[in-house]
Design a protein around this ligand. Sequence first.
Ligand code: P6P
Length: 337
Amino acid sequence: MVTNTATSVVTIERFIIEQERKHPEATGALSGILYDLALASKMIANKVRLAGLADVLGARETSNVQGEIQQKLDVIANDIIVKALDHGGRLCAMASEEEEGIIEIPDRFDRGSYVLLFDPLDGSSNIDVNIPVGTIFSVLRRVTPEGGVGTVADMLQPGYRQVAAGYVIYGSSTMLVYTTGQGAHGFTLDPAIGEYLLSHPNIRIPEHGRYLSVNEAYEQHWTPTVAALIQRYRGMDGQREAMNVRYVGSLVADFHRNLLGGGLFAYPANTKSPTGKLRLLYECNPLAFICEQAGGAAIDGRQRILDVAPTALHQRSPYFVGSKADVAIASALLAGG
Ligand code: P6P
């Protein structure tokens, strides 16, 4: 008898269906959102891969709500996601880093029970130099009456209410990592067949990190407590073995490396960014959900990120995310204020 040692081939669609079957009450709407996001990410991957050739590089003259010069690709990515998800009848509204207000579902389409928040192409300032960029998304169940238009109230929910979250990293390979609260799972795109295949089931982040991801250029802008914390991670006070500093400057790239290999990503508040730089609703919360599902943790310096009660769509937050033991060090030191 020949023992079959081949690794089972599981597409993301098959995996989503199997996950849905664990919830008899599921209507399939959330699964449909995930299918559509996977499709949109394949289309974005195609644009990112060809960026150098198809003259979509370089900044447009327009800027987004953050006042950042929009790279052509992040506008293209934004539109791909909106058009892939606006007609499925599963969402009642969307919100994007690239758009100041919420994105309504056109009257000609049915409105569903969920809202989608996303950063279509995070790290887009790195596009021209071929550094990995990413898409980050978060799904919440609406809190306004079914059937009506979605409102900002549907978006301003604490992160622990997320029903799904994920990111796509457009790197040496294209990977989609997502959670619906049943673990964090990674899928690698096989471009030859255009399918995402399960490559990293049940991701677990190591308890202690190898890598420290922080922009040390802001050192003189940190509070003394934050500076002491970073010194701790550097092994300078003898309380912890020194971590290797790895900082790409592209959140999804830094987060993904730390998720798989163990590490801590820190974007503290500083005098230039007094509330931090990263956006709570569509960057900090989704990555925190994934990280906790993988056994890690995420805080804003005072509390669990997923417990923060949002007050504005594009609000920023200080952010410490990664290996649980290293986030615990930040909690202990920063709790002292
Ligand atoms: P800084 C990219 O612009 C981004 O939003 C994240 O992807 C990244 O982690 C961060 O900003 C880098 O910010 O201030 O270190 O350049």
